[in-house]
Design a protein around this ligand. Sequence first.
Ligand SMILES: [Zn+2]
Length: 78
Amino acid sequence: MFTCKDSIDQLLEFLDGEISADDEEHLHEHLSGCPPCVSFLKTYRATPNLARRALGETMPEDFARSLTAFLRERCKKK
Ligand SMILES: [Zn+2]
């Protein structure tokens, strides 16, 4: 079974454009039944896009790490 933790890993790869078609399908399946992951994706997408536009590069590593850590914690508690 595809867990939130898996989906976050895939999500990060997906956002980096490093995901296979199979994995992408699993990710979509998970997202369709997991609102917390969807809202994460929305937040995650909105923030780095703004940062990228402003900086012309990827979002700060520290920020990416704390965001990921936060979500992993959240999923663990579930
Ligand atoms: Zn999830």
